[in-house]
Design a binder for this molecule. Structure first.
Ligand SMILES: NC(=O)c1ccc[n+]([C@@H]2O[C@H](COP(=O)([O-])OP(=O)(O)OC[C@H]3O[C@@H](n4cnc5c(N)ncnc54)[C@H](O)[C@@H]3O)[C@@H](O)[C@H]2O)c1
Length: 451
């Protein structure tokens, strides 16, 4: 099949490469000439595990251009994966989508057959049918459902595992202008997916709403677990890890994303929650749950900041392990590790940090305010309190001998409970979030040793 992908960023580049890898001929388009050049040189334009290999080995079937109209001309399916940044009113901006839509509309004027335009970007409910569809019709002079098709088809991927998530989705969600368009897209997915995902086909607005609901429901779960962690910390003997593990065994609840730890971040969760709340408010519905989810999330980094400051000896240094918003990505947008670093520096603490992938973007944001280390060992050896802010797999290797030797035992704050507690027993003050006795014990250890 001839496929076009417009917007070759964190999501679109992977989609284009995977489509090419599955044998489709892919014309990519991006407004950024550097992105286009990288693709045409067989290089990944963004950092994502597995993408470099995929782009390199599919050079023959994947080409890119800055000319969206050209890329879309002759394509049977045209994906739009351009950014939809949050506008000041809390809703997603359609500016980039509509700019791509105008160029695609021009390509449709000369199109043969029944090309299907697929909007993948996250948009507000009503945007596909209310804005993109009329634009495509007016620019092309053709009729949606007769001369071309239109689908809204968001992806449920996480950065760091985009290829796996794209190939093994739980759900293919399709909002369709007409059954023929939806079927063409469904058939394309059957040619791609390594699993047999559920397919849900519906009208545009239900699909747009479902996309927002998935992310806002997951963030509600995260904030619930984090609120529970705060409760556990004040309840002697309580351990949020034990409670959430048991809760997750109830099939009505499920264990995924139910872990008292630091808050959520990244390019999707925080803003999808805000957009959902803005939509509800606009419709006259009090978005109390979405607002509470966001409020609980915003207090996590300050909460851990206070905890760390309480454990820090005078003049001591904090070592933050993890600045990316999650493991396996270099993205730091709304990252809890960054928020924590900024909060600690603002409070006057000396801060060091290490991340396996995000040092470069982090250095731009933190702007010389903290010392960036080249290894986990360097960071741990110079810090009086070490905080694991992102649960990178390699941080599991942290051992007591990596930690600073000083007058008192060093402190490890393991926000994600990735370390075996027993490894640190008697040697280090080991603290986790949501652990009733942990904080008090660690503080008393520090106090007893005069640190
Ligand atoms: N990244 C994620 O984890 C994720 C997950 C699900 C959904 N989404 C959604 O997918 C969409 C894209 O996200 P992303 O993270 O890939 O964005 P991104 O910023 O990484 O990439 C977007 C790309 O589009 C290009 N672009 C902008 N305007 C263009 C135009 N008019 N024509 C052609 N190219 C243009 C940019 O140069 C950039 O390379 C957003 O709506 C986002 O909400 C992202």
């Amino acid at each position: 099949m001839k496929v076009a992908v417009v917007g070759l960023g964190k999501l679109g580049a992977v989609m284009a490469a995977v489509l090419a890898d599955r044998g489709h001929t892919v014309a990519g388009a991006d407004a950024n000439p550097q992105v286009v050049a990288r693709i045409n040189q067989g290089q990944a334009p963004v950092s994502e595990p597995g993408l470099a290999d995929l782009v390199a080995r599919n050079r023959g079937r994947l080409a890119a251009t800055v000319d969206t109209e050209k890329a879309a001309t002759g394509a049977e399916v045209i994906f739009i994966v351009t950014p939809t940044p949050l506008a000041p009113d809390g809703t997603f901006s359609m500016d980039f989508v509509l700019s791509a839509g105008r160029a695609i509309g021009r390509s449709l004027r000369r199109s043969q057959g029944f090309p299907v335009v697929v909007l993948t970007s996250t948009v507000m409910p009503g945007a596909t049918g209310g804005q993109l569809l009329p634009l495509l019709e007016s620019v092309s002079g053709k009729r949606c459902g007769l001369d071309f098709g239109l689908c809204y088809n968001p992806e449920f991927i996480a950065l760091g595992s985009v290829i796996r998530d794209f190939l093994n989705p739980d759900l293919i969600l399709i909002g369709e202008s007409d059954p023929r368009s939806g079927q063409i897209l469904e058939d394309l997915y059957h040619s791609l997916c390594a699993n047999r995902p559920a397919v849900a086909r519906m009208n545009f607005v239900n699909a747009e709403l479902t996309k927002l609901c998935v992310n806002t429901f997951v963030t509600t779960k995260i904030s619930y677990a984090n609120m529970l962690a705060e409760v556990c910390e004040r309840l002697p003997g309580a351990d949020v890890g034990v409670v959430t593990q048991a809760l997750g065994l109830d099939s009505r609840i499920g264990g995924k994303y139910l872990q008292g730890a630091l808050g959520y971040g990244g390019p999707c969760f925080p803003r999808d929650n805000l957009a959902f709340a803005a939509m509800a408010r606009g419709l006259g519905v009090d978005p109390a749950l979405a607002e509470a989810t966001d409020r609980i999330n915003r207090r996590q980094a300050p909460r851990v900041c206070r905890l760390v400051l309480g454990l820090l000896p005078p003049g001591g240094a904090v070592g933050i392990l993890g600045l990316a918003y999650k493991p396996d990505t270099n993205v730091i947008e709304e990252s809890q590790g960054i928020l924590l670093a900024q909060g600690l520096v603002d409070a006057g603490a000396r801060v060091l940090a290490y991340d396996p992938a995000a040092m470069e973007p982090a250095s731009k944001v933190l702007d010389g305010r903290i010392r960036l280390c080249s290894t986990l060992e360097e960071c741990a050896a110079s810090a009086d309190v070490v905080v694991i802010a992102t649960p990178w797999r390699e941080f599991r290797a942290l051992k007591p001998e990596h930690l600073k030797a000083g007058s008192g035992p060093p402190v490890v704050v393991d926000c994600w409970r990735i370390l075996p507690r027993e490894r640190f027993e008697g040697l280090v003050a080991y603290v986790t979030l949501g652990w009733g006795l942990g904080v008090a014990e660690a503080v008393s250890v520090s106090a007893a040793t005069g640190t």
